[in-house]
Ligand binder design. Structure first.
Ligand code: F6R
Ligand code: MG
Ligand code: MG
Length: 375
């Protein structure tokens, strides 16, 4: 059976700063989808990660379907109304356009979709990250799909051993979707050459080379390219199919043990380690650290099981401790060097004014004249 899984997420306001949505806003979004999605959807699941609300929907209408996207957009609009009534901070923050025009891509919300021929026992993972950018998934995806140090299946399963096709997007390019397709294992150095630059090159999707099936889909929005100014980091979501011809759940989770440094954190302008957290976790220290949650599902004829919380396990408590230590260490050096993002990536413009003012005060010292007769 052909099923589409559509995940759409947005920050439409949060309590006490940028830390989590209110129960009433969440409930409004849930009730809206339950009521207006009833003839349209097979199933849905609502969750939050930090200040972002994610709507996960299953249906048979295919990717980029106007009805599905409009449903999510309208649900976020309804939620925004309540967020405004409650005085939530940043109400409607990610809804960057006034009216809906067929597709939420490019309007603010992040979108990840998979259209799949449902396997008899279809398992997939839904990741949602806050206080970071889409390139945060580059390293975990690279490791889970190309490196036997994390994905034993690359050695142990002949299907996985055939490798994967990576579609990578240049998110700096704003005139259209500039993409490249590269195959692992032959081109892993080329894949790595692009993926080291999280801020510019982002994995958009991954396909199995053995079956041609779609394995992973990542939201690739760059909000500041849409809005032309700071609107918060892009807080990416992703869908990954697992097991059999795809990496196992544990293999996809394995790279998150690293807590690698990603861009985001306070004011979207710092580097911080990515912490795997439980579902519906909020944000705290230094508006961070950057977090990622993972809901695991099985799906049958479009009906979802309950979500299994993939990072709710004693092992990840150990990882969270290590990541806290990494966060503490980098924060100790405040604004210095790699703790803060380079000038071009700072999400706030204040420093531009400081630099302009200081520029006028700089002087170039007159060179000392050479003494006559000196050799
Ligand atoms: C980062 C984020 C926060 C805000 C910060 C200041 O993505 O959402 O760190 O940038 O709390 O927020 P404003 O400018 O809204 O006061
Ligand atoms: Mg957010
Ligand atoms: Mg936000």
């Amino acid at each position: 059976m052909k099923i589409t899984i559509s995940a759409i997420k947005a920050d439409i306001g949060s309590i006490g700063g940028h830390i989590k949505p209110s129960a009433r806003v969440l409930e409004t979004v849930r009730e809206f989808i339950a009521e207006y999605g009833s003839g349209l959807l097979k199933d849905f699941y609502i969750s939050y990660t930090g200040d972002d609300i994610a709507i996960l929907m299953t249906h048979t209408l295919g990717k980029e379907n106007a009805k599905i996207h409009k449903l999510a957009w309208d649900a976020f609009k309804a939620g925004t109304q309540v967020a405004k009534e409650q005085g939530l901070y940043g109400a409607g923050q990610d809804l960057l356009k006034d009216s809906f025009s067929g597709n939420v891509k490019g309007m603010g919300p992040a979108v990840a979709e998979l259209e799949i021929e449902e396997r008899p026992n279809e398992a997939f993972l839904f990741f949602a990250a806050d206080k970071t950018e889409p390139g945060a998934y580059n390293l975990p995806l690279y490791l889970a799909f190309t490196d036997p140090m994390h994905c034993a299946g690359l050695l142990l399963s002949s299907s996985l051993g055939k490798g994967f096709k990576f579609t990578i997007m240049d998110v700096e390019y704003t005139k259209g979707d500039r993409v490249i397709e590269l195959n692992s294992p032959e081109e892993i150095y080329h894949i790595a050459a692009l993926l080291r630059d999280n801020n510019r090159f982002v994995v958009e999707s991954i396909h199995s080379r053995a079956t041609k099936d779609h394995a992973a889909s990542v939201s690739t929005t760059r909000l500041h390219n849409i809005a032309g100014k700071y609107t918060g980091k892009d807080d990416p979501i992703m869908l990954v199919r697992v097991q059999k011809d795809f990496p196992a759940t544990g293999e996809v989770l394995s790279p998150f043990t690293i807590g690698h440094y990603v861009a985001g954190f306070m004011r979207g302008s710092h580097n911080g380690p990515l912490m795997p957290v439980k579902l519906n976790s909020s944000i705290s220290y230094f508006d961070g650290p950057p977090v990622v949650s993972c809901a695991a599902f099985c799906i049958h004829e479009g009906k979802l099981t309950e979500a299994a919380d993939a990072f709710d396990h004693p092992y990840w408590d150990f990882v969270r401790k290590n990541v806290s230590r990494k966060a503490y260490e980098i924060r100790r050096q405040g604004f210095s060097g790699p703790a803060m993002l380079p000038y071009s990536e700072l999400e706030y413009g204040g420093i531009v004014e400081i630099m302009k003012a200081l520029d006028k005060k700089f002087v170039v010292r007159a060179e000392k004249k050479e003494k006559r007769g000196r050799k």
